[in-house]
Ligand binder design. Structure first.
Ligand SMILES: [Zn+2]
Length: 404
């Protein structure tokens, strides 16, 4: 064995390692570098710790730097000289391997949040549907609360430092043949209901209830019982919480979504409800804007539902056309925020796997088709269920709107 360094050599070596920074992700995540964590020339096992930091620079949403610190340098430098035992050598290799695994895992994890635009879909060249909406048809946003998130939760390329309030809302659609509420938002019992969700999800969820939809309707002079039906884009917790506040009002769901409710997955608390009047509907109508089938609620083209499975098996998109020509697409959770459409970014792998999407490929197909439709109909207002900026383009519910 070579002669070993004395105590006096160790502090120099520690200083050198202690101050070094190792960038593993730089602009657009194109550069990677690995790092050896143990000084191979040292006969000592050097205790190390790592600090991984996130940041933002220019257009790049994330920077990850890994700093390696030598722990307890004082104690180490006072360690008496001794020969290197076999076990120590083995430990040194284990430390290096473990540190490399942690570093690589962190880099892979962060890369799943990096921007990765989907390919531009083929343009939609099919026919545009006709509609003869009645003069009285109108839509109103009914905000019930917010969920505090960050952009990284919503779409790839979103920053962890860009705080977003996700809208929890319903939409009142007034039609002379019967008013509909698209999704119910947060209800009276949201605090109690949330306890039924998995612990990890509660740990990352912070929300605020403003006012349940039923209360807002009443306050505007509208009897919630006079609703013709509640039409769900899908049955996840944040869209159904308010259902018990509308006793007796039918809840329209597709057959696959009704089955999904029966199976009662971890992100669902319909299982807590009793007495909900689910009514299933089917898609007896022909293709609509490139979707294979449709359900024209009143036969006038003003409210048309199409199947959009993926986020859940029975997810739908609700198209609404007003008399003045304004078109809306209420797309549920196909995307959480507008950047999903404008930047063609789906949710990160982690968010999808944590229960956001039942069928990621199906949701991606619907997202791409939606992007193609938006290209064809640029004036159509796309309203993701949790996008405040889209709901801001809808009139708010008022006494005048509710009572006319
Ligand atoms: Zn949702």
């Amino acid at each position: 064995m070579d002669s070993l360094p004395g105590n006096s050599e160790i502090p120099k070596r520690l200083d050198k390692l202690k101050t070094k920074r190792f960038p593993i992700v730089k602009k657009n995540l194109v550069r990677h570098s690995a790092q050896t964590f143990v000084d191979n020339k040292s006969p000592y096992v050097l205790p190390i710790s790592m600090k991984i930091s996130l940041g933002q620079a220019g257009s790049s949403p994330m920077i990850c730097a890994c700093e390696v610190f030598m722990a307890d340098a004082q104690n180490l430098s006072s360690t008496p000289d001794r020969p290197l035992p076999q076990e120590t050598n083995r430990l040194r290799i284990y430390f290096a391997a473990a540190a490399a695994v942690v570093l690589v895992a962190a880099a892979i994890f962060l890369q799943t949040f990096a921007a990765s635009p989907l390919p531009m879909p083929a343009p939609y060249l099919g026919p545009l549907p006709s509609a003869t909406p009645p003069k009285e048809i109108a839509v109103y946003a009914v905000f019930t609360g917010v969920n505090h998130r960050v952009a990284a939760f919503a779409y790839r390329g979103g920053s962890f430092f860009d705080r977003r309030d996700f809208s929890m809302a319903g939409t009142l659609v007034r039609h002379p043949r019967g008013d509909l509420l698209i999704d119910a938002g947060f209800g009276h019992d949201i605090d109690q209901q949330l306890r039924a969700l998995p612990l990890f999800f509660r740990a990352i969820t912070s929300y605020r209830l403003w006012r349940p939809a039923a209360d807002q309707l009443r306050a505007a002079g509208y009897d919630p019982k006079s609703l013709h039906a509640i039409l769900l884009t899908h049955s996840h917790w944040d869209h159904v919480s308010g259902l018990p506040d509308f006793p007796g009002v039918p809840v329209w769901v597709t057959t696959p979504e009704r089955e999904f409710i029966r199976k009662s997955g971890p992100m669902d608390f319909c299982k807590l409800f009793t007495g909900i009047r689910y009514e299933e509907y089917s898609f007896a109508g022909g293709p609509y804007l490139g979707f294979p089938a449709s359900h024209d609620v009143y036969g006038d083209g003003s409210i048309v539902v199409v199947p959009a499975p993926g986020h859940t098996p029975g997810s739908v998109i609700v198209f609404v056309a007003l008399h003045n020509g304004t078109r809306y697409a209420f797309v549920g959770d196909i995307v959480y925020q507008m950047e999903g459409i404008t930047q063609r970014e789906e949710r990160s792998w982690l968010i999808r796997k944590l229960g956001a999407d039942e069928d990621s490929a199906g949701n991606r197909r619907n997202l791409l088709h939606l992007i193609a439709i938006k290209e064809r109909l640029p004036d159509m207002i796309v309203v993701p269920a949790h996008e405040m900026r889209a709901f801001a383009q809808l009139p708010k519910l008022s006494a005048a709107g509710a009572q006319r």
